[in-house]
Design a protein. Structure first.
Length: 147
């Protein structure tokens, strides 16, 4: 399994866990879907790629933030780690569990900070989806605010 495939699996697993808890699932702004062209290099080495840009603005309420952190803390117990280890003995399931854990560990920080502040959490970002070529999605303009 190549690195890009692993990253996409991780992204899908994280989204499947976090986005159902969001009160504003997939709220793309009215400006979403704009096509942009990005070019790299110059002269004979110049290459351009077209992307469809979707702007996301997702908000979790104070109570939803608490649920996410509580679920994370429940999944990081010794019992869960033992279950994860047993599952990891089957390679495909083990890889999925690994990416679930990596995804949780990489995204839980803002939720923990919002919980400690006693606020909700807003995450804004632009998702660049390529119109052709390798289907590598980029995320730009990632902003976290505590409201």
């Amino acid at each position: 399994m190549n690195k890009i495939t692993k990253m996409m699996i991780s992204f899908v697993l994280v989204c499947s866990v976090l986005f159902p808890l969001s009160s504003s699932l997939n709220q793309a702004s009215a400006a979403s879907g704009k096509t942009v062209t990005e070019c790299t290099g110059y002269g004979y080495t110049k290459t351009c790629k077209k992307y469809k840009v979707f702007k996301y603005n997702t908000y979790w309420t104070k109570s939803e933030v608490k649920k996410v952190v509580k679920k994370y803390e429940a999944n990081s117990s010794n019992k869960q780690l033992i279950i994860d280890y047993i599952i990891s003995l089957a390679p495909p399931a083990g890889i999925a569990v690994l990416f679930k854990n990596i995804g949780w560990n990489n995204t839980i920080g803002p939720f923990q900070k919002a919980k400690s502040k006693g606020t909700g959490l807003r995450i804004k970002y632009d998702m660049y989806v390529p119109l052709s070529g390798p289907n590598i999605v980029k995320t730009k303009n990632y902003k976290v605010s505590y409201e």
